[in-house]
Unconditional design. Structure first.
Length: 521
């Protein structure tokens, strides 16, 4: 009789080792999906971490640029000439130059409102910054001198008091304006910074009524030209879109259509450029105009760029939409799009999207009231003064606090219990950092934390260590270390990480996890 090999069967309920690697939440912040249905690369919380294609990075810091204003600046404006550029900050009392770092000097122009809309516009006579706020006379800066423009003078604008102009935009070699309490747009002659304003009535176009809130342009190709579209946004959420470049010629400037969307948020700052597209910030979210036109205005929040964070966005709009400092701005230097959320009129946070991946995050701690690009860097006006953002590794010498929570993970088996015992963050860091790692089990939203010190190898010393045998201080190095957590058993686990530093740059690649797997009971 042939002998058969003995088969050793595992006992029922025998535990197996749990070993896995959870990638960093490069999919970004997700407030849309149920907690038990999120993708592993998403995050329940992603605060002060910026998602990139292969990692999430602790955001850059903020450093003071200009301080010493009489009142806190609320808006920034940048004049960009052919060979020079200048930055200006507006308070409720005046405009101050903020080009060079240091202490603010005297106001270069007295004003009564900081709520400026501005644009750069070049004509044969020079390059100008044009600014209006609906209270003060229109302002022009020619690279040297600021001037108030009224209905009289060497340069004058007639037809409408310039104190009633609330926003300005340069389209098709013309300056276009909105007017307080009016449904009409107004424009100047081609390539002119003065002259008689011509009314372009839109009251009969907007069936829902309201006033004209903003004007912008959109092109079906990446560039700008005579085939661009002009977009008029009503306060009630209708978009009137015209094709052509000469509003005085009805055969040239033709209406494409009127699209009901949703009420804009942020007044004249509801529009922003992103590459060749135009973005609209409204009650339903942040939309590309190309998306609105392709859907013929039949849009829902699912089509918005903000779809993945729609619950957070809707909550912010409901609570804060009447506050003054909403803004959308693209920052190419970090491939980022920032939406400023004014929680109060003195404090804000930012919802930040990676324009390459579409992943979102939430930034806190900057307290922005207005942002602008100056010499390709991002600057902000706030209670502190004028600051450069995304600069350095601390916020005005204070620590940056990062917080994240990964999507809940079943480690391949929804019906079996697991016990996570050890976690190791996979980090690239420039200096040692201290943080805390934790686990939340079965959607309890009450994480159990353990300390997580990350100490990269010491940096090499100049003229002491060998070039090929040591890493040099200031470079990114891989760091990891196991942390014990006393979390209970459960079916679904979410990893949490908190870190606070004012000395290090951090790139989080993911987490190694070790523990045990059990059965359903």
């Amino acid at each position: 009789m042939m002998r058969q090999p003995a088969v050793r069967r595992a006992a029922r309920g025998l535990r197996k080792a749990l070993s896995d690697f959870l990638t960093a939440p490069t999919g970004g912040w997700n407030t849309r999906d149920p907690l038990d249905r999120m993708r592993p690369a998403d995050a329940v919380v992603l605060e002060n971490w910026y998602p990139r294609p292969g990692s999430v990075d602790l955001r850059g810091g903020a450093r003071s640029h200009v301080t010493g204003f009489g009142e806190a600046p609320e808006r920034l404006m940048a004049w960009v000439g052919p060979a020079d550029s200048k930055l200006f900050a507006a308070t409720q009392e005046g405009i101050y130059e903020a080009s060079a770092a240091g202490t603010a000097g005297a106001a270069v122009m007295a004003v009564t409102s900081s709520n400026f809309s501005w644009t750069n516009f070049a004509v044969l006579g020079g390059a100008y910054l044009i600014a209006v706020n609906g209270e003060d006379a229109l302002l022009q800066f020619d690279g040297t001198t600021w001037a108030s423009i009224t209905g009289v003078g060497a340069i004058s604008i007639t037809g409408v008091p310039t104190t009633e102009l609330t926003s300005v935009v340069a389209l098709h070699r013309r300056l276009w304006f909105t007017r307080a309490g009016s449904s009409s747009a107004y424009y100047l002659p081609v390539a002119q910074i003065g002259g008689a304003l011509v009314e372009f009535p839109l009251g009969q176009v907007f069936s829902d009524g309201g006033h004209l809130a903003a004007i912008g342009s959109w092109s079906s190709d990446p560039g700008a030209g005579q085939d661009d579209y002009t977009v008029f946004v009503s306060s009630e959420g209708e978009l009137a879109i015209y094709r052509g470049y000469d509003p005085s010629d009805a055969s040239n400037f033709t209406k494409v259509g009127v699209f009901p969307v949703a009420a804009p948020v942020g007044g004249h700052r509801c529009l922003a450029r992103l590459g060749g597209d135009l973005l609209l910030l409204c009650e339903l979210g942040l939309f590309r105009l190309s998306q609105i036109l392709s859907e013929k205005g039949q849009i829902t929040s699912e089509l918005a760029l903000t779809d993945k964070i729609n619950r957070a966005f809707a909550t912010a709009v409901a609570a804060h939409r009447t506050n003054a400092h909403w803004q959308v701005i693209a920052y190419p230097g970090e491939q980022a799009l920032l939406v400023n959320i004014p929680v109060t009129n003195s404090y804000s946070e930012q919802y930040v999207m990676n324009t390459q991946t579409g992943a979102w995050s939430r930034f806190v701690g900057w307290g922005v009231q207005g942002m602008a690009l100056f010499e390709r860097r991002l600057y902000a006006a706030s209670l502190i003064g004028v600051s450069q953002l995304w600069a350095g590794v601390d916020d005005w010498s204070a620590a940056i606090r990062g917080r994240l929570q990964l999507a809940y993970n079943y480690f391949g088996t929804r019906g079996d219990r697991k016990h996570v015992k050890l976690i190791s963050p996979s980090l690239q860091t420039t200096t040692a950092v201290n943080g805390a790692l934790g686990v939340d089990v079965d959607f309890a939203m009450a994480g159990v934390f353990g300390a997580a010190a990350v100490n990269p190898p010491a940096g090499a010393l100049w003229d002491v260590d060998s070039w090929d045998d040591a890493y040099w201080a200031g470079d990114f190095t891989m760091s990891s270390g196991w942390v014990s957590v006393s979390a209970p058993e459960g079916f679904a686990h979410s990893l949490l990480y908190r870190v606070e530093t004012r000395t290090a740059q951090l790139k989080l690649l993911g987490f190694n996890v070790a523990g045990q797997k059990g059965g359903p009971l």
